[in-house]
Write a protein that binds this ligand. Structure first.
Ligand code: CUA
Length: 344
């Protein structure tokens, strides 16, 4: 008895620790699958709850029977008889075959139903917003073919329409995931995978790459910004305006010669191999991970342009030194981009 109590005393801190650890699983509404913010994530969460409930039920029943049998049929003092040997019991065998079958049906029917429902193809639906997602090491490109615009790192969507995604990769395999909205689906090279999502609530939802893709995999974040329909229209119009450049001729020339070799702004957005920078000053982050509400966007831009490898190891972007940017050019370009904002 004493030993058992000592064991319990050791187990209690462990159990308390586990409860504490699991209590953090409540998660944040902009990042957690456990706090769905749209019907797709809700449906996926419902499936999770259903399967966990069924598993929990099985665990509880099996453990209860186990514990009951251990106690009820233990060998008592002075009892030296050999128990009755039982070989086969049809009734029991049928019961423990039928119960799992029923449980599998309860789990399988809604799962298959959701799989078909969530894989519905809206990529030819004129009422849906079409977005072509291209994953790159380590950033996300979002093209809106209906509007002829391309942006990066920040997916802007209206709250009133379905968004139909065609997702591919320009290099290795990545995976597109907005945990609180729905997903995920692989981004493969050479094929495009289709998925749709709904964003009924306005807000910013964090997106992640969910497939190990290199040293900066964990830094390959993006944001999904759901805005009201009028704001979305204003954003599209602002994106389509002619590019804005620095008033300073030297800065404009440096930007055109050294940055626009890969990047693009305004209408010049086709075929760029690096993120489109139209309105980059009004994005929530620089490089997807330097938050502009933590530091001024201009400082983040300078930090990023000076040495992208330091922020995102393995990124393909060269450093300021690599492309021969002078200090004045770097400062001027950071200032110009920080002020390149879109009103919507
Ligand atoms: Cu891209 Cu992980």
């Amino acid at each position: 008895m004493m030993n058992r109590w000592r064991l319990m005393k050791r187990l209690i801190p462990l159990l308390a620790g586990m409860v504490l650890l699991l209590s953090a699983c409540g998660g944040k509404s902009d990042l957690s699958t456990l706090k769905p913010q749209g019907p797709v994530a809700q449906e996926q969460f419902d499936l999770m709850k259903l399967s966990i409930s069924i598993m929990a039920l099985v665990v509880v029943v099996v453990f209860a029977i186990c514990i009951y049998v251990l106690i009820r049929f233990r060998r008592r003092k002075g009892d030296n008889a050999i128990p009755k040997q039982v070989e086969g019991n049809h009734k029991l065998e049928i019961i423990w075959t039928v119960i799992p079958l029923v449980l599998l049906l309860i789990l399988g029917v809604p799962t298959i139903n959701s799989v078909f429902k969530l894989s519905k193809d809206y990529t030819h639906d004129k009422n849906a917003i079409q977005v072509k997602v291209t994953a790159h090491q380590y950033w996300w490109e979002f093209e809106y073919p209906q509007y002829g615009i391309t942006t990066a790192q920040e997916l802007v969507v209206p709250t009133d329409k379905k968004v139909a995604f065609e997702i591919a990769s320009s290099d290795v395999t990545h995976a597109f995931w907005i945990p609180s909205i729905g997903g995920k689906i692989d981004a493969n090279s050479g094929v495009s995978n289709k998925m749709y999502l709904d964003f009924p609530k306005e807000g910013v939802f964090k997106g992640k790459c969910a497939e190990l893709c290199g040293p900066s995999h964990s830094l390959m974040d993006f944001k999904a910004k759901a805005v009201d329909p009028a704001s979305f229209d204003r954003w599209v119009a602002a994106m389509k305006e002619p590019a804005k450049y620095s008033d300073d001729a030297a800065i404009k020339a440096a930007f055109e010669n050294k940055c626009l070799a890969c990047h693009a702004v305004g209408e010049t957005n086709t075929g760029a191999s690096a993120p489109n920078l139209t309105g980059v000053g009004s994005r929530l982050t620089i490089g997807g991970i330097l938050y502009n509400d933590e530091k001024p966007v201009e400082d983040n831009l300078k930090e990023w342009i000076t040495d992208p490898q330091k922020v995102k190891p393995g990124a393909t972007m060269p450093s300021a030194e690599d492309i021969g940017l002078t200090k004045d050019e770097l400062d001027g370009i950071a200032k110009y981009l920080a002020n390149y904002k879109l009103d919507y």
